[in-house]
Design a protein around this ligand. Sequence first.
Ligand code: SAM
Length: 345
Amino acid sequence: MKTFLLKEKDLGFFPDWEDIFGRKAPIYLEIGMGNGEFSIWLAQNNPHINVIGIDVSKEIIRKAERKVNKANLENLRIVRIEGAKALCKLFNPQSLMAVFMNFPDPWTKKSHKERRIINDAFCYLLGDRLEIEGYFIMATDSLDYANYTVEIFEKVGVFKSLWEKSIINDFPGYYKTKYARKWISMGLPIYYIGYKKMKTIEIPSWVKDFYPLLKLEKEEIIMPYIIVEIKEDPKIEEVLKILPKGIYERNNKIVNYLSFYSKENEILIDTVVVEGSLRQRFFISLYLNDHKLKISIHEATDPDPTYGVHESIAIIFSYLYKRFNELKILQNTCKKEIVEELLKQ
Ligand SMILES: C[S@@+](CC[C@H](N)C(=O)[O-])C[C@H]1O[C@@H](n2cnc3c(N)ncnc32)[C@H](O)[C@@H]1O
C-alpha cells in the first residue's frame, strides 16, 4: 500500500512541497495531529488545499499512518517531527496559509509551563512562516493555556483575532477531534483561539538563539567533517588519550562528549549538543587509516548541522592540532570561523 508518511531525513531542509504534492496549492499544517482524523477531514473537505499533518510521537504517527494511508488522499501528507522544528526546517517564510493546533499538551503545572510549544519565540516563528492573511487556530480544554496564548499573540503585534472575542467556546463546523469529543462528553468547555497575520514580521536574534536551526542559510546546510594527515602516524589509543572529554560551554552552546568507544582504527564518541531549545545527540566518528584521520558525524546518526554540531567536530580537531606537530588539513567542511577561533585559544 502506498504510504503518505514522509521521513524528516528525506525531506531535508525546505523541501519543494509543490513537487511533493505534484501541484501548487495553499498549504495547511496541523501540529500535534494525534490519530490524524482532523488532517483527513481537512483534506477531504478541501480538495483545493495541500494538508500536512505532523506529530512528534513515533507511536502516534504509526497509528495515524494507517488511517491516512486508508484515506488515500492525494492532498495529504504526514511527517513525524516536532512542531517548532518543522516550522524552522520544512517551511519557508510566508509559505503557510493556516496552522492548526488541536489540544496541545497544556503543561498546567507552574514549573512545567516552559515545556509548552507556544511561547514568545514560537509566536515570532509562526508569524514569519504564515502568509499575510494566513491564520492560526488552536483548540484547548485549558482556560489557562488559552489566556496565556492570547497574551502572547497580542504582544507580538502582527496578529488580529479572527473573532470579536479573543476566546470563543462555540465553533460550529469545526471538526471535533478525539480530545474534543472527550471533553465534550464530560460536559467541559472547549476554548478556541484564532489569529490572522496582518503584516510581515522580522525574526529577532533572540528567537534565532532559541531556535538555532533558523541561523542556517540554505546554502550552508552541510554536514561538518575534517580529514587531516598526521605525519606521526599515531595509534588509535594515542588519539583516544588526547581527545577532549566532558562538557565544553561556549557562546551559549554546550557540547558534551559523554562516552568513548574504540576499536581497531575507529573511535566513536557519544555526543550531546544543546543550543537554545534544541538538544541533539549523535555519534562522532574518528577513523584512522594510513596517516589520515577523518573526524565526522557517524552515518547511523543524523543531527541537523547547526553551529553547535560544527563546533563539536572543530573542538576535537583543535585538540589534535595542538598535540600533533605535523598535521595537515586535507578536507574541511566545518565552518572556518569556528575552527579558526578555536585554534586561537
Ligand atoms: C493531547 S494530544 C491531541 C491529539 C489531537 N490533536 C486531538 O485533538 O485529538 C497532543 C498531541 O500532540 C503531540 N505533540 C505534543 N507536543 C508536540 C510537539 N512539540 N510537536 C508536535 N507534536 C506534539 C502529541 O504527541 C499528541 O499526539
